[in-house]
Design a protein around this ligand. Structure first.
Ligand code: GDD
Ligand code: MN
Length: 386
């Protein structure tokens, strides 16, 4: 018998083992739900899902970042009685996007949905979203608050609603993303699309959908379906300034075609804010009658502490230093940045000495100094996940 024949025999044997395994088939739809302190929402959510998904083979995967309110205990209680429900517990980690990716990768259903746990997303839309994918009218269905009949009027403050619209406009312009709600946390997609994009997706922040669209081939067809974003009843929103800044980092990163990572973009933004702060404090101190060197020293210290604090809470949010570590980190950061400044000055003098343009010399020094600061601080000051 040829080697080809024996290979197909083994394949057939493998197929047989799968058929003979005696198990029941897996679900068609996996719903991934990130949770962080959502204890009171779990039971009502499952009740609603059971009703909404009556004729569908579904499973639900809660991905919890070790909530202090023990959200997962509620999930585990439900799992004992219903095998369609399970939970993943992540320790020492935070991040809505990362939780979603992890949940999706843990599923094997061909179609996955992501939705919030807090009952703000309308679960009765799920069946229709699934129908769109079944009919092959799209590979990704976004539930949008801004389509024809969608709305978020009752659920968002006016500031947040305005911010949301600006962020959407920015995403559409910069990344040529065409959906009306690229920030939606409610969508359904063929699993292979996430599987393919997963290595490129950011773990931080809220913007998983935008990231997914920006990291996927243009050929992925996006459909939309309107829904009404409901107000939150139990618990509170985890959206904050850090989430917004992370979003900006993601925009810059994707806009540069992944050349710049989200972290570098944030580090750069923090650095630039330091320059502005430095000049402002310098001017202020000079106006107060301080000598130039004292004023310059004061401005440097203020900028250094501000840069350190911002980097610690935003750029390296996932490796944030606390307590004593916060102080030792400041010392490390200042030392490394001082070396960076010296290196930068050295490089610009070198360029300038070689008769290059003053601005080129200055720019080279700034780039080298910034690169040094970023690399060494990533490797030393914020080396470990905490
Ligand atoms: N595992 C995990 N880890 N889950 C998280 C985390 C986290 O760090 N942060 C938030 N979540 C969970 C919440 O428990 C909730 O189930 C869901 O993610 C959404 O969080 P909310 O804090 O309720 O977000 P929101 O209502 O302010 O924001 C919604 O609207 C945004 C657009 O305005 C979400 O749908 C966002 O995805 C969406 O971008
Ligand atoms: Mn919410």
């Amino acid at each position: 018998m040829s080697s080809h024949g024996s290979a197909s025999l083994t394949n057939r044997a493998k197929k047989l083992t799968v058929i003979d395994g005696g198990g029941s088939p897996g679900p068609e739809l996996s719903i991934v739900i990130p949770t962080f302190n959502e204890r009171d929402n779990i039971v009502p959510l499952i009740e609603r899902l059971r009703t909404a998904l009556r004729n569908i083979a579904w499973e639900v995967i809660f991905v919890d970042d070790d909530s202090v309110d023990k959200t997962l205990d509620v999930v585990r209680d439900l799992s004992i009685r219903d095998r369609r429900i399970r939970g993943i517990r992540r320790i020492n980690r935070r991040g809505l996007a990362g939780a979603c990716v992890e949940g999706i990768l843990s599923s094997s259903a061909p179609i996955v949905a992501v939705m919030d746990a807090d009952l703000q997303h309308d679960e009765t839309r799920l069946a229709e979203m699934l129908e769109i994918i079944r009919r092959d009218e799209g590979d990704l269905v976004v539930a949008t608050r801004y389509g024809d009949e969608g709305s978020a009027d009752g659920a968002l403050t006016s500031i947040r609603s305005a911010g949301s619209r600006v962020a959407i406009r920015a995403a559409q312009r910069l990344l040529h993303v065409e959906t009306t709600d690229p920030m939606s946390g409610f969508f359904m997609v063929r699993r292979w699309i996430v599987e393919k994009a997963a290595p490129k997706l950011s773990q931080q922040g809220f913007k998983i959908l935008l990231d997914l669209i920006a990291s996927s081939p243009r050929s992925v067809r996006i459909a939309e379906i309107p829904y009404v974003f409901r107000p939150r009843i139990h618990g509170e929103s985890k959206m904050d300034a850090a989430v917004v800044t992370e979003y900006l980092g993601l925009l810059v990163s994707k806009w540069s075609g992944d050349l710049i990572s989200g972290r570098i973009a944030l580090f750069g933004m923090v650095g630039s804010s330091g320059v502005v702060l430095h000049l402002a404090v310098l001017r202020l101190l000079l106006l107060q009658g301080a000598t130039f060197s004292i004023a310059q020293l004061g401005a440097m210290l203020v900028a250094m502490v501000s840069n350190y604090t911002l980097n610690n809470t935003l750029t390296y949010r996932d490796r944030r230093r606390r307590g004593w570590q916060l102080l030792t980190g400041l010392v490390l950061f200042s030392l490394l940045c001082s070396v960076g400044i010296l290196a930068g000055v050295g490089v610009s003098s070198l360029f300038y000495g070689n008769k290059s343009q003053w601005w080129l010399a200055g720019l080279a020094g700034a780039v080298i100094g910034a690169a040094w600061n970023y690399i060494t601080n990533s490797l030393i000051t914020w080396r470990h996940a905490r």
